[in-house]
Design a protein around this ligand. Structure first.
Ligand code: ADP
Ligand code: MG
Length: 356
């Protein structure tokens, strides 16, 4: 991953009008996707995710705002006409798109489906065939070139969809719910394929999903959409380090309720191999406090090992400033849970430190 922006939208707005009804599907979206990252947009049905991805390749004309992909302002290229002009079409050939329902032509063989975008780009027959076979090999379907879509499983169809999306050597791949029609095991293998392509080809992937598991498995960064707006976005590490982040809570839930009124509940998050348990016992010994563990979880998020533990300390927050300070000094991320949790500059400083 680099810091070079590959997909940027500013103030992206889309209003659908039908008769006298208006639906604001996008409401001023500023999206920043960097080169080489897998970026997930998550949100409930109707949040505007599909509209966003269709505006990114100008399949849908934004009502206002701009879209820049790989340094080209697509909104400017598109001009005012409703039909794609040659400049826009050329720019779009560097944007691959994968669909939930694969969108393969049933009358064409697998190989001919992959060749289709190359035919449109007027690539010669031999080069098309060479490219298609190379891509089939890349997605693990070298032996299916002459098969028809109806002869393939869902996972295989999606592999063909991905190969087709890669035909124009895109810099970015857009995926709208590519795994939503697949069973969990096939989903995992398709996500792995996207991750491998991201790593091997340096391909930037912007994917839309309504499943938190997808974000957890392959995303470097994520955004949460609600009602046409992005309400949270950042790298997974940043999000996990942001107190009160809804995405972080859903990416990595720990539960557990305080056992009495005068208790302080604290979530301790640690990254990498660092184990919390010695720290917790040292805390207990040094300050002579009984620490109860209410809940704990370990997980791999964005390829990194992360652990989170919810602990309870006797007494109110004011009584626990020193032990909490001790935990922070150990380099652990500490979020005080529930009533009285201080959203102070203290928390903001912590966020910055962890994000490094
Ligand atoms: N072509 C369209 N015409 C009118 N309204 C639309 C159209 N496409 C989407 N919408 C509306 O825009 C909102 C966002 O839809 P969509 O982008 O499909 O959300 P998501 O993909 O997150 O489920 C919804 O309220 C939807 O009904
Ligand atoms: Mg959708």
């Amino acid at each position: 991953m680099t810091d070079i922006p590959v997909i940027t939208t500013t103030g992206l707005t889309k209003v659908y009008r039908s008769g006298d009804r208006e639906v604001t599907a996008l409401d001023g979206v500023d999206l920043h996707v960097r080169e080489g990252e897998v970026y997930g947009v998550i949100g409930q049905s109707g949040a505007g995710k599909s509209t966003l991805i269709r505006c990114v390749n100008l399949l849908e004309r934004p009502t206002s705002g701009t879209v820049t992909v790989a340094g080209q302002d697509l909104t400017e290229l598109a001009g005012r006409g409703q039909r794609a002009n040659p400049a826009l079409r050329a720019a779009r050939s560097h944007i691959g798109m994968v669909f939930q329902h694969f969108n393969l032509l049933s009358s064409r063989t697998v190989q001919d489906n992959i060749e289709l975008p190359l035919e449109i780009l007027k690539v010669g027959r031999r080069d098309r065939a060479r490219k298609a076979l190379e891509l089939l090999d890349l997605v693990g379907l070298a032996d299916k070139a002459k098969a028809y879509p109806a002869q393939l499983s869902g996972g295989q169809k999606q592999r063909v969809g991905i190969a087709r999306a890669l035909a124009g050597d895109p810099k970015v791949l857009l995926s709208d719910e590519a795994t939503s029609a697949l069973d969990p095991e096939t989903t995992r293998s398709i996500l792995q394929l996207l991750r491998d392509l991201n790593r091997q080809l340096g391909l930037t992937v912007l994917l839309i999903t309504h499943e938190m598991d997808v974000v957890k498995t392959i995303c470097d960064s994520a955004a949460l959409m609600k009602g046409g707006r992005i309400v949270e976005q950042g790298t997974v590490t940043e999000l996990l380090a942001t107190p009160g982040s809804e995405l972080a809570t859903e990416l990595f839930p720990v539960t557990g309720e305080a056992t009495a009124e005068d208790r302080t509940v604290v979530d301790v998050t640690f990254h990498g191999e660092a184990a919390t348990e010695p720290v917790i016992s040292t805390l207990s010994r040094t300050y002579n406090v009984d620490v109860s563990i209410l809940g704990a979880a370990m997980d791999t998020v964005g390829g990194k090992q992360i652990g989170r533990m919810r602990i309870e300390l006797p007494g109110r927050f004011e009584d626990n400033v020193v032990p909490i300070g001790f935990l922070r000094e150990q380099g652990l991320q500490v979020d005080v849970v529930g009533r009285g949790a201080p959203q102070t500059p203290d928390a903001a400083v912590l966020t910055k430190e962890v994000a490094k």
